[in-house]
Design a protein around this ligand. Structure first.
Ligand code: PSU
Length: 306
């Protein structure tokens, strides 16, 4: 039981108090996932998509040591421009507060803060997972353990094949996290619609997903849910185009000894360079697509939780 409440924006506080739909958004995608100015344009655009689909966006971050849920436009801009800002997973929040730091929150930290604020649904691009070679390095994202203990539904476009997708799915099974693919049998691979692995479940409407969330929590499972929403067909990259690029970036990281929390941002930036910007374009489209689904889920879920 937590004793800390993050600081909510007025709009988010009012919407939650009236039982309205709110969708949480992470900020590591802004501080470490995309370059300026695309990161800022995407952050504003994604908030807009959530509004167009009937919900209120709540971008989550740490600002000068304060846990914040719902940022003002000038605060988003400052985060998007900041250099050397911290990347905080759940375990880093307390130290960031003590040191008065500003931080982009990863999926794990955002889930934790959303839960503290009373927000049930969160949209992102991709979640972290089990890295390739994890049998040697033990590099498994804290996002997966957080999904195993925090009751937030996370909408993503699957996980990138910078990760070991089979091991990521195994780990989620161990953590009692249902993996629900939206409108498809297959677990998507972020830039591509297919990964070669099936998701555990398929549901075809936001309303069905909202009901599954409700029942999952009624069962007292205590865990989150991972909703995998494939990138729209028109924005998707092909395996022929992106797989070699991903492999090259992973090899380069290995040769340069880049690991731990630097690894994911390095791979994202390098894949963007090597793909001539195509991966960034795809990334932006899939985040917007996830925001739309999350908002529709939040609209369907609000009356259930009342
Ligand atoms: N995957 C993406 N874009 C991102 C991230 C993941 O496609 O920006 C970010 C998310 O914030 C995620 C974090 O929580 O990277 C995972 O980092 P790590 O692998 O170090 O746990």
């Amino acid at each position: 039981m937590s004793l800390i409440k993050p600081k909510l924006s007025q709009e988010v506080a009012d919407t939650l108090a009236s039982g309205g739909p709110v969708v949480a958004l992470e900020s590591t995608i802004i501080t470490h996932g995309m370059p300026f100015p695309d990161n800022l344009a995407t952050a504003f655009g994604v908030e807009q998509v959530i509004r167009e689909n009937g919900a209120v966006p709540a971008t989550i971050a740490v600002v000068n040591g304060e846990l914040r849920v719902g940022l003002e436009p000038d605060e988003l801009e400052a985060l998007a421009k900041a250099e050397n800002v911290v990347k905080a997973s759940g375990r880093d929040l307390a130290v960031a507060m003590v040191r008065g730091q500003s931080a982009g929150t990863t999926v794990s930290a955002t889930m934790l803060m959303a839960d503290l604020a009373g927000i049930d649904i969160f949209a992102t691009g991709g979640v972290g997972g089990v890295h390739r070679g994890a049998e040697q390095t033990f590099d498994i994202s804290a996002d997966l353990t957080e999904l195993g203990r925090t009751k937030t539904a996370v909408v993503c476009a699957g996980v990138k094949s910078i990760l070991d997708i089979a091991k990521t799915l195994e780990y989620l099974e161990t953590q009692r996290v249902p993996v629900i693919a939206y409108g498809t049998e297959e677990f998507p691979a972020f830039f591509t619609r297919q990964s070669g692995f099936k998701a555990d479940h398929r549901l075809d409407t936001p309303e069905e997903i909202a009901r599954a969330m409700f029942l999952h929590h009624q069962l007292g499972t205590g865990t989150g849910l991972l909703i995998a929403n494939p990138i729209p067909e028109a924005a998707a990259l092909t395996h022929e185009f992106i797989d070699g690029t991903i492999a090259d970036a992973v090899r380069e990281a290995d040769e340069r000894g880049i690991g731990r929390k630097e690894l994911t941002p390095f791979l994202l930036a390098r894949i963007n360079e090597l793909s001539g910007g195509e991966s960034l374009k795809a990334n932006i489209q899939l985040v917007r697509n996830n925001a739309a689904l999350a908002a529709r889920m939040a609209v369907a879920y609000a009356p259930l939780r009342a």
